[in-house]
Design a protein around this ligand. Sequence first.
Ligand SMILES: Nc1nc2c(c(=O)[nH]1)N[C@H]1C(S)=C(S)[C@@H](COP(=O)(O)OP(=O)(O)OC[C@H]3O[C@@H](n4cnc5c(=O)[nH]c(N)nc54)[C@H](O)[C@@H]3O)O[C@H]1N2
Ligand SMILES: Nc1nc2c(c(=O)[nH]1)N[C@H]1C(S)=C(S)[C@@H](COP(=O)(O)OP(=O)(O)OC[C@H]3O[C@@H](n4cnc5c(=O)[nH]c(N)nc54)[C@H](O)[C@@H]3O)O[C@H]1N2
Ligand SMILES: [Mo]
Length: 789
Amino acid sequence: MANRVSFKPYAGPAGGWGSARSLGNILARENVLASGALLLTRHNKVDGFQCVGCAWVKPAQPLPFEFCENGAKTVAWEITNHRCTPEFFAEHTVTELLGWDDYHLERPGRLTHPMRYDAASDRYVPVSWGSAIEEIARELRASRARDPKRAVFYSSGRCSNEASYLYGLFARLYGNNNLPDSSNLCHETTSVALPASIGQAIGSVSLADFAKADCFLFFGQNPGSNSPRMLHPLQEASERGAAIITYNPLRERGLERFTNPQSPTEMLTRRDTPISSQYHQVKTGGDLAALTAICKAVVEIDDAAARDGGAPVLDRAFIAAHTHGFDEFLAWLRRQDWAELERRAGLPRQAMEATAAVYARATATIGIYGMGLTQHRAGVETVQMLVNLLLMRGNIGRGGAGICPVRGHSNVQGQRTMGVTEKPELVPLDRLAQQYGFEPPRDEGYASVDACEAIIAGEVDCFIELGGNFVRAVPDRSVIEPAWRRLRLTVNAITKLNRTALIPGEISYILPVLGRIETDRQGTGIQSVSMEDTSGCIHGSRGMRTPASPHLISEIRLVAELGKRVLEPNPRVPWDAWSNDYRLIRAAIGETFPETFHDYDRRMWEPGGFQRVLPACKREWHTPTGRANFITPGALDEDPDMPGDEPDILRMMTLRSNDQFNTTVFGYDDRFRGIKGTRDVLLMNRTDIDRLNLEPGGMVRVETVANDGVRRELAGLTVVPYDVPIGCVGAYYPEANILLPLWHYAVGSKTPAAKSIPVRVHRMEAGSALARTTQGRPAHAMQADAQGA
Ligand SMILES: Nc1nc2c(c(=O)[nH]1)N[C@H]1C(S)=C(S)[C@@H](COP(=O)(O)OP(=O)(O)OC[C@H]3O[C@@H](n4cnc5c(=O)[nH]c(N)nc54)[C@H](O)[C@@H]3O)O[C@H]1N2
Ligand SMILES: Nc1nc2c(c(=O)[nH]1)N[C@H]1C(S)=C(S)[C@@H](COP(=O)(O)OP(=O)(O)OC[C@H]3O[C@@H](n4cnc5c(=O)[nH]c(N)nc54)[C@H](O)[C@@H]3O)O[C@H]1N2
Ligand SMILES: [Mo]
């Protein structure tokens, strides 16, 4: 791919012709133009397969094409006709591949054979499934005999409910709760904040609520790129006059304007719908202050109404009947100083008052948020402040209102429901004990950050990865990569090559697995699986594509094979029967979780799926106080990891482009942000560029400000003047992860604070760009670039 680099503000809407073109390009590039287009009609349908992209709600009455540009990209990426074969591995040493960037590593296509790392030739070489499973099982047994806490079972949120249930059970039978997953890096903040506030770890809204709400408060989530199907209900909301109020340091196009690429009229007339009615460019990490300010302004409106005989704004009846902690919260709000709130939010008082004025009049409000709130040191308190704001007007547990965390991976939520979690209190351990006749471990296991710490400390032997790209997704690459090499065993059960697989331990395997879109045939015939979307609805999914290679294994069978060989036989744990017939796994799940998963096999095919029991929706509060809690933050302290207000220290947020799914990079364009042909950029405010004596288009080196003796540096970024608040900068994840210290995370949830890294930016002299620390491209791609240029 020839990379022509350009930076030009994007004038079009989200969706629209740009989206249709981009989809055509990717189907063609993966060489699946005809078959891909056909498969997409079965996407997110009853009896079809569930999208492998994001977790956004799947409606009961789907559109004829219930998919979006980015969901279609992730589908095309999985059903590609390109293959990464043993010949590919014979041609390239692991050391050579380590120099490639993420795009070029996944570009060769789907993995086809189980491979084992051979240190002598520095290459992955093909092995038989039998010997792979045998050796992995032997290593796991040896480590277990030493101490069952020395193995870690990671997963990224794509595995089905069925695979996740078996994986969680396997870990507990093995003897630990070391089940970190991608949600530790993402919405763990939600899983800690919401139970304390409203007594459930997930949101409280469904699609029906989107159709009824007249106010949406949008904090730090980017639907245009990360959950584009959400733009349809938002477009409808905007057209019926609902207020959509956004707080985001960047002006994201999907939150500004949208053209529905599935509407012929809109496409032909090039009509677009404005999305946000107010847009406030809050300082990164300024949301706790901004939300506090909105709450304070609501109180002031209520005070004024009381004075002037107007209608009250606080829902006092709801507060009295259903909540706890309001008086303390109110007193705290009254003590907050406006000037201080303005300074911390980076916004004038009028902005927050304007939001409060609309919110005070709205009849039903939904609060939506994503990584812009969860990936901060004060993430838990910030999410709880958004809930406080909703509770003030009784906006939880009634139609059209509620809290809506937008989950990431397509089944990240289902995994947690199934027991993939390091927190024993989230799992019905007593029931598992009874069902399977064993004593499950009761102590807390490793979350993702804990797993990194344990690996660095040398306390882990074996790391099993069921999906994902752990080393690339976690902070502090320069610290974790050397530690990774000291692991005894690393197993990468994945679909495409990625960087984690290229940092071998003593013994390392790549095990190629079936994707969700592929037909999964087992002893009793073709199998189906199920997943849970972000609104807690569970849907069936049936693969329909011929597998990428005859040597692929299903995730379920892989776990079962390990279970059989690692653990002592247990007649109540029928690994073979389960992997021959997934209906039996669903029956077992129904036994563990009878309230929700009774009659599972039938209900998962109901249109729209079936919904988990969500107590907060019925205003039942499963909290320690038995009520919804107003939670007053400790203090509005500055992030102690962000050293003061020194003018040359900037706050860096790490961003996703419109052309990636996490560490999977589809290309080098970020259409909506007007960036083409590169990901090595630093988005900066013009004032900061001038103030720090840098130049637009100039090359810079970025360094983390931390006094822990670790040097964290990323060189070779191009400065792009951008509409971002003064003092804030943006760079792409995962390239920038090398700058994020492992200990810089949200208090309470340990979600890495990837949206506020304290950095200094230094000018690089011409020529020194060669010293860059980002990955490069393979030699053949560089040649193509040179020819294309
Ligand atoms: N196409 C595509 N879809 C995806 C993914 C993908 O990579 N690509 N990833 C999936 C996953 S796993 C997840 S978790 C979700 C992630 O989806 P999002 O939650 O949308 O995550 P991000 O894109 O990291 O950041 C969201 C927004 O936060 C803003 N932001 C940054 N800092 C702050 C802040 O301090 N305050 C506020 N208010 N806003 C801030 C950014 O400008 C950005 O618009 O998407 C899922 N869907
Ligand atoms: N700085 C910074 N760091 C971040 C973030 C950030 O915003 N900023 N975001 C964080 C977030 S929200 C998340 S969720 C994590 C993501 O962390 P992960 O979930 O670990 O990473 P992914 O990039 O989603 O994993 C991609 C790999 O999964 C494999 N794969 C794809 N499909 C399947 C499948 O069906 N089965 C199996 N077994 N494997 C499959 C492919 O081989 C692919 O290479 O990163 C986190 N890291
Ligand atoms: Mo995520």
